[in-house]
Unconditional design. Structure first.
Length: 219
């Protein structure tokens, strides 16, 4: 898996990584990351977690309020939705590596609350160094892009979520990327029948992830 450096490359693969650095070194280095300003207000770096031999990497956007405090990805409300849908799709989260495109929580304070704020392209580009390293170290069979920020980090500009949703795309490093929604989208749908429909589509996407991996494992 060769990483290249060029301005048009997707953020996660834009800077070369030395493979031998390994996941634990990456994790330790990411703890003190100051590649962009988001570290200033966040509690801590929220690095990915999961087995080193995971066949699937699930990539979200950035840690939320709960994740920022816990120091673990997808442990808040969106994580609960993700866990339930993975279960319904027959996927075991503990066998997947779960991470985010951006490793620090970006928020705006409102009273006592911290309101999620979408990371900008520059922040995704700076942070995708870690995502690229995680992918390089783990060498999964499949990456699942959960939402538009992850899709941008993995595929670059001009690849739209609505158009590509449910498809398996080829990344520049040769690994397949399955495109789907971010689970927090389901939390924002007010109408229960719409939400149920979208949830079923999400579960179908995750089932597809499972069958892609099975197909890729066949000799
Ligand atoms: N949303 C994300 O994209 N990642 C998390 O870890 C939590 C919420």
């Amino acid at each position: 898996m060769a990483a290249r450096s060029a301005p048009h490359m997707p953020p996660a693969f834009n800077e070369p990584h030395a493979e031998e650095r390994g996941l634990s070194t990456l994790r330790a280095n990411a703890k003190v990351c100051e590649r962009c300003d988001l570290y200033r207000n966040a509690t801590q770096t929220v690095f990915g977690e999961g087995p080193v031999d995971a066949e699937i990497i699930l990539v979200g956007e950035q840690p939320g309020d709960r994740e920022d405090v816990a120091g673990r990805p997808f442990v808040g409300p969106a994580g609960r939705v993700l866990d339930e849908c993975l279960h319904d799709a027959g996927l075991d989260r503990s066998l997947c590596y779960v991470t985010n495109a951006v490793k620090h929580f970006k928020f705006v304070p409102r009273g006592k609350r911290r309101i999620h704020s979408k990371p900008n392209a520059g922040e995704v580009q700076r942070c995708a160094w870690w995502l690229g390293g995680e992918i390089e170290s783990l060498k999964p069979k499949l990456i699942v892009a959960l939402g538009a920020t992850a899709l941008y980090a993995l595929m670059g500009r001009g690849v739209g979520l609505t158009k590509e949703r449910g498809k398996v795309l080829d990344s520049v490093v040769g690994l397949p990327v399955l495109v789907t929604i971010h689970p927090s989208y389901l939390l924002r749908i007010r109408d229960s029948s719409d939400r149920e429909k979208e949830r079923s589509r999400f579960v179908e996407d995750l089932q597809q992830a499972a069958s892609v991996v099975v197909k890729l494992s066949k000799p």
